[in-house]
Design a protein around this ligand. Structure first.
Ligand SMILES: Cc1cc2nc3c(=O)[nH]c(=O)nc-3n(C[C@H](O)[C@H](O)[C@H](O)COP(=O)(O)O)c2cc1C
Length: 256
């Protein structure tokens, strides 16, 4: 049985919720899935004050006492996560953006390896593709395996053609997500992800020290020596590229 949680970023049970329901029904038809709907509006989440204590000292030093850790716990215990949001002014909704801000420290110390992520964006007419791209990047930064999300046009009244497209897109996205869920090992990183890992670990090693949490975390995880965040067979070309990225990182760190 796989546990999947949909984090829903709008206030009402409208088209976004409808899309998540259809998505969940498809998933449950593919295999044994425990599917949970989580409305962000039901959780107390303050706005980030920008003190950066979570980055430098640790997330436990955040001065805001709210439901952030409840949401993190939920993510930690799930096998799959969906971020579903309406397109508001060409971006995610405010509660969804707030969640991302409050979890930004995870970009420094990614942790959701082996879990699958996707994005569902609902919109009237335009702008959703860049939102799905943005959310997919956030998912990768958190450490998730990301499957291609979907953008749904839900301008009311919805024509029959639009409704058919809505259903088709959700079905395809849910099949991709289910395939991701069934993987037992995390993915081989792309060149870009490998570059990001090697450059950041080299910069952290060269410019920080034991006083900084990122430094201690990378040291404890063995990330200063490993090929990537997790054990993975890179193959000759990516191994060589990784060594080049390390050298590039060292050169860049000298200029900082
Ligand atoms: C404040 C606001 C801003 C919006 N901005 C956009 C937009 O930039 N592009 C777009 O295509 N639709 C936009 N819409 C339309 C919504 O994305 C669309 O109605 C969507 O279906 C809302 O999701 P819901 O039905 O789950 O509430 C906006 C709607 C609101 C209320």
């Amino acid at each position: 049985m796989k546990k999947v949680i949909a984090f829903i970023g709008n206030q009402q049970k409208h088209a976004t919720f409808e899309a998540v329901c259809e998505f969940g029904d498809h998933l449950k038809s593919y295999g044994e899935i425990d599917f949970e709907y989580l409305f962000l509006k039901d959780y107390q989440l303050e706005y980030c004050r920008g003190c950066k204590l979570c980055f430098n000292k640790g997330e436990q030093y955040c001065p805001l006492k709210d439901d952030r850790d409840v949401l993190i716990e939920k993510m930690s215990h799930a096998d799959g996560i969906i971020f579903a949001t309406p397109n508001y002014a060409f971006h995610v909704s405010a509660p969804m953006k707030n969640l991302l801000d409050r979890l930004a420290f995870v970009f420094h110390r990614p942790r959701f390896f082996g879990k699958t992520f996707t994005a569902i964006v609902n919109q009237g007419i335009f702008g959703g593709n860049s939102i799905v791209k943005y959310l997919s990047n956030m998912g990768r930064n958190f450490g998730f395996r990301v499957t291609k999300g979907c953008v749904l046009n839900t301008l009311e009244p919805r024509s029959e053609v639009a409704q058919q497209k809505f259903t088709r897109e959700i079905k395809k996205a849910s099949a991709r997500f289910y395939k991701g869920l069934m993987h037992t090992t995390p993915p081989v990183p792309s060149f870009f992800r490998l570059l990001m890992f090697r450059m950041s670990r080299t910069t952290i090693k060269s410019t920080l020290n034991d006083k900084y949490l990122d430094y201690r975390h990378y040291k404890e995880q063995g990330w200063f020596e490993s090929d990537y965040y997790y054990q993975v067979s890179l193959g000759f070309i990516k191994k060589t590229a990784g060594l080049m990225f390390d050298r590039l990182g060292k050169r860049m760190a000298k200029r900082l």
